[in-house]
Design a protein around this ligand. Structure first.
Ligand code: NAD
Length: 346
């Protein structure tokens, strides 16, 4: 059985490897859900995006249960919720059976290593959480009659042959390459979600998230935003792969989470892209980070990693049309917020 306290004021339930043994370490009592307060379960709730989602749900009146095994998440991301009567945390691997008393209205499945460094280090865990973890989360949604939401990814498009990527593009993925464990896990998760919808009639939603950044990312998670900001704040060279002409588009986390919330509350069953269509080269982006941090860093060009996508840009026409959503936070404001978060951590 796992045994780790995650801070004062949490109600923590630690679930053992068999998925059935439970030990309570209760500091805060959960008040009974007397009103029609919606109940949300967020897997990966101590991660970067999961913790922002938890905050948004609490601010919109949900009671929230977060599940995380801290494989890439951190207590720090949810520490501010200690003592919040509407929040409960369960430390558990979601590939194990999820045993939960009481009603659940929404299941948000966000658990998965998400950065290339993380899933290169944890390829089997990544495949397991995308397959077995999604299966367990869908099983819980079925048992509770809850609506299920899958956090999928633009990676399912692989190294895309069409540009920008629309939801009806089927992708160009190397199944056996270094990104295969993540891409195929998410593609399986999408297929399983649709199978549960078709066979069991459960309500499901699928978002394909494009590069998102913001406070609570880990400085060393290998993704371009924290890597560049970390190097710039230390006045170290910014490592740009290839000649830096590959493009990326970056969405600020608050914009993404709003889009995700709207999608869950919509009627759309088929996948929807959420991301920021403003495209820039990695080299331009590196220069922008140097400018905004006032750094003395130079740019260091490094060999291009295998299967690094050359272009990534979402077509968000569907989100605009169905959800009346589009990003609102401009790159400079989002980066300023993120830089000030990282300044205290370098
Ligand atoms: P993250 O690593 O910060 O968060 C993932 C969380 O899931 C972590 O807290 C981790 O500990 C937890 N987790 C992983 N495996 C688990 C398991 N077996 N059991 C319980 N908890 C587990 O990453 P993130 O950027 O917040 O990504 C969240 C979700 O969004 C992921 O599913 C990811 O694939 C998806 N996504 C993110 C982005 C992005 O730009 N951030 C882009 C596309 C998709």
């Amino acid at each position: 059985m796992a045994g780790r306290s995650v801070g004062k004021g949490f109600q923590v339930v630690i679930v053992g490897g068999d998925g059935y043994t439970r030990r309570r370490m209760t500091k805060a009592k959960i008040t009974k859900n007397k009103t029609k307060q919606p109940v949300s379960l967020v897997t990966g709730g101590a991660g970067f995006l999961g913790s922002h989602l938890v905050d948004l749900l609490l601010s919109r009146g949900h009671r929230v249960i977060a599940i995380d095994n801290f494989v890439t998440g951190r207590v720090d991301n949810i520490a501010h919720l200690a003592g919040n009567q509407n929040f409960r945390f369960i430390q558990q691997d979601v590939t194990e059976f999820i045993f939960l008393d009481g009603p659940v209205n929404y299941v948000w499945h966000f658990a998965s290593p998400a950065s290339p460094i993380d899933y290169a280090e944890l390829p089997i865990q990544t495949l397991k959480v995308g397959s077995l973890g999604t299966h367990k989360a869908l099983g819980l949604a079925k048992e509770k009659g809850a609506r299920f939401f899958l956090a999928s990814t633009s990676e399912i498009y692989g190294d895309p042959l069409v540009h920008p990527q629309r939801e009806d593009y089927w992708g160009n993925v190397n199944t056996i390459g270094p990104r295969g464990c993540y891409d195929e896990a998410k593609r399986f998760a999408e297929a399983l979600t649709m199978a549960y919808h078709r066979e069991h009639g459960i309500e499901t939603r699928i978002v394909r998230i494009f590069n998102t950044y913001g406070p609570r990312m880990r400085l060393n998670d290998g993704r371009v935003v924290p890597s560049f900001i970390g190097s710039a704040l230390r006045n170290k060279p910014l490592a740009v792969f290839g000649d830096g002409s590959q493009t990326r588009s970056f969405c600020y986390c608050a914009d993404l989470i709003e889009g995700i919330y709207r999608l869950m509350m919509s009627d759309e069953v088929l996948p929807v892209n959420i991301g920021n269509p403003r495209e820039m080269t990695v080299l331009e982006f590196a220069r922008e980070i140097i400018r905004l941090t006032g750094s003395k860093s130079k740019i260091a060009f490094k060999p291009l990693p295998k299967d690094d996508p050359k272009q990534r840009k979402p077509d968000i026409g569907k989100a605009r049309r169905l959800l009346k959503w589009e990003p609102k936070v401009d790159l400079e404001s989002g980066l300023q917020e993120t830089i000030s978060y990282f300044r205290g951590r370098v």
